[in-house]
Design a protein around this ligand. Structure first.
Ligand code: PAF
Length: 283
């Protein structure tokens, strides 16, 4: 595995690979790798000749009150993990390398942002779209891999790729779950033991909504009510949101049809958990 820290060298390396006709699978991350990232790397490894992992904690996507400086970082651990997962290139630029001067251009995301988690993080997705634009121009990937757990991020990047005509295939990788259905997250360790038990209701409530859809229910308010009832009766978690939208457009629908997302966020004592289910409804 080669660690590359400059944009110039990364682009030169990628051009060599492309000239040889190699496909490039790209996994962009902010480091502190966990099982979810390893799943993405694995999938990229299976589907491409070359795997590129980037580690860059992107200041543009952190709000003024968010934790940019305290965001967890452990490069040596990440490098060892990437090496053991057979990554070919690890792109690890500094902030000065990525943003050498105040940007004269930034990407502004026009829709899909004022719902779900984006509602409380103004400007966050502009920062994500800007860094992804730069990373795509640097790595020139054939395929790029993102976890669907952050479905809003995938929807925004889908819009970016379509609108800006990036020649990249986006691969949204399924949520990895514990045996009892809880979506895996490094934050789950912050649940108290009773909360860890209760948290299984999140996925169960999504499945109950899916069952109701299979039985013919099409009203989003009825489904949201069903999910909220289940979560409040089975856990002490405080519901932040339960929402249903078309996917990936993230438009509210009263009567459901086509591809939809049911997404929720629930706060426990020390941690806020998110989960979602994407369902194709056929008429
Ligand atoms: O999901 C993340 O880790 C980040 O938002 C991403 C996609 C690497 C962009 O900085």
């Amino acid at each position: 595995m080669k660690v590359v820290t400059t944009i110039k060298e990364m682009q030169a390396e990628m051009l060599v690979q492309k000239k040889q006709g190699k496909s490039i699978g790209f996994v962009p991350t902010m480091g502190f790798l966990h099982e979810g990232h390893l799943t993405l790397i694995n999938r990229a490894r299976q589907e491409n000749d070359i795997v590129v992992l980037s580690i860059f904690v992107n200041p543009l996507q952190f709000g003024p009150k968010e934790d940019f400086s305290t965001y967890p970082r452990d490069f040596e651990r990440d490098r060892a993990l990437a090496e053991s997962e057979d990554v070919d290139f690890l792109f690890f630029p500094s902030v000065a390398e990525m943003y050498p001067h105040p940007s004269s251009v930034k990407v502004v995301v026009q829709d899909r942002t004022d719902v779900l988690c984006g509602k409380s993080r103004p400007g966050h997705f502009d920062g994500v779209a800007t860094v992804i634009t730069k990373l795509f121009n640097i790595v020139m990937p054939t395929r790029a891999y993102f976890g669907i757990k952050d479905a809003q991020q995938v929807a925004v990047i889908e819009g970016l790729v379509t609108d800006f005509n990036f020649p990249v295939q986006l691969i949204a990788v399924d949520i990895v779950r514990e045996n009892d259905g809880l979506a895996k997250s490094s934050r789950n360790v912050n649940l108290f033991p009773d909360e860890r038990q209760q948290a299984t209701i999140l996925y169960k409530s999504l499945l109950a909504a899916k069952d109701a859809i299979t039985q013919g229910e099409r009203n989003s308010f009825t489904l949201i009510h069903l999910i909220k009832e289940m979560i409040t009766s089975e856990s002490d978690g405080e519901i932040d949101y339960v929402e249903i939208f078309s996917y990936p457009e993230l438009i509210t629908m009263e009567e459901l049809n086509g591809r939809i997302i049911i997404a929720l966020a629930v706060k426990f004592t020390k941690v806020r958990l998110i989960d979602n289910l994407i369902i194709d409804i056929e008429e």
